[in-house]
Write a protein that binds this ligand. Structure first.
Ligand SMILES: Nc1ncnc2c1ncn2[C@@H]1O[C@H](COP(=O)(O)OP(=O)(O)O)[C@@H](O)[C@H]1O
Ligand SMILES: [Mg+2]
Length: 328
């Protein structure tokens, strides 16, 4: 087994990011690195077909360091399998998966724009409500997803955080990165997962290592919404450990800067007891939309385009802007 592993991983001891792009890879031409996290490297790529057909796609591959490890490989392909079942305007869908040069890959829609971590905060309140409402709709579809036989999958995303929220230059909002999303039935088997959620957006039950339900994603969405509205995360402390302590205490954050109606909605989503939150992400969306005017795609598109333009001024482009070691 040691031999087999060495054989498979040897050509990839060097991650793609240090190799020259563009570079052919399976059916793709990898063009630019979009990001990397705990498990994966993500590329903008091109596929070609008959009569000059070509299309820009995203190729996510398992990190070189994890090749040959059975558990990460299984998790990576499990992510692809779940993501293929999700066809919704607010979710990034997987279209196919395969292995090239011994390395598993999954093909995703390319979202031409920025991730939420690139927008200048706070956002205008209407736009923040729009982004939050769209994410709640995506989470609703995710939580309600079922397999081909109609059996509910019970998926929980578990990592609703800015780098996993993609915004297109047309103002679409899409939740990405199902790397630690799990069908609840599988949770026990995957406990020792390769990485956990982004701590600042964790729910009390996630910090405590308890079982997660769809209500945990509501908690993360509420944290994200406060950040969009105020520019600050409600539980942030000096260190990650202190932040997690504050989340675990589950004392409701002071939301003085948030108007009263919306504050009530967010505080309900911040309930320590998951069952005291909204009965579904759909109900959370309805409550968010009832708080006041909600912007539309065109308003968000303008912000995305100005963020892209600002990025270009700094000499980067949308496709090469992210290169951080932080999970996300
Ligand atoms: N479908 C996509 N379209 C455009 N950019 C993407 C897409 N998927 C991922 N990215 C970019 O790549 C980064 C990392 O992707 P992600 O799926 O979150 O991988 P990881 O599991 O390594 O965090 C994202 O934060 C985003 O900026
Ligand atoms: Mg991510």
């Amino acid at each position: 087994m040691g031999d087999a592993r060495a054989r498979r991983s040897a050509p990839f001891a060097v991650p793609f990011r240090t190799l020259e792009l563009p570079r052919p890879f399976g059916p793709f031409l990898l063009e630019a690195k979009l990001g990397h996290g705990g498990m994966a490297e993500v590329f903008r790529a091109r596929v070609y077909g008959a009569s000059g057909f070509e299309k820009v796609v995203v190729v996510k591959t398992l990190k070189a360091e994890l090749l040959g490890e059975p558990e990460p490989e299984r998790m990576f392909l499990e992510e692809a399998r779940l993501q293929a079942l999700l066809s919704h305007r607010n979710l990034v869908q997987a279209h196919d998966a395969g292995v090239a040069e011994g390395r598993p890959w999954v093909r995703l829609d390319f979202v031409d724009g920025v991730d939420l971590s690139r927008l200048a905060l706070p956002l205008p309140a209407e736009v923040a409500r729009f982004v939050a409402a769209e994410l709640a709709l995506g989470l609703h579809a995710l939580h309600e997803a079922s397999d081909a036989t109609g059996r509910p999958l019970g998926i929980v995303h578990r990592d609703v955080s800015p780098k996993n929220v993609l915004l297109s230059k047309w103002g679409e909002v899409r939740l990405a990165d199902f790397g630690i999303a799990r069908a609840t039935q599988l949770q026990e088997q995957t406990r020792g997962g390769v990485r956990k959620g982004t701590w600042a957006y964790m729910s009390p039950e996630q910090v405590a290592g308890r079982a997660l339900t769809s209500a945990s994603d509501q908690f993360a969405l509420a944290t994200l919404t406060v950040e969009l509205l105020t520019g600050a995360r409600p539980f942030d402390a000096a260190t990650p450990l202190e932040t997690m302590d504050r989340i675990k205490e589950a004392r409701p954050p002071a939301l003085d800067a948030v108007e009263a109606g919306l504050r009530e909605v967010l505080l309900r989503a911040f309930s320590a007891e998951p069952s005291a939150r909204f009965p579904s992400s759909r109900a959370l969306r309805e409550a968010l939309c009832a708080c006041g005017p909600v912007a539309d795609e065109l308003a968000l598109a303008e912000l995305v385009r100005s963020s892209l333009a600002a990025g270009q001024e700094r000499g980067s482009t949308a496709s090469t802007r992210i290169d951080t070691e932080a999970p996300g």
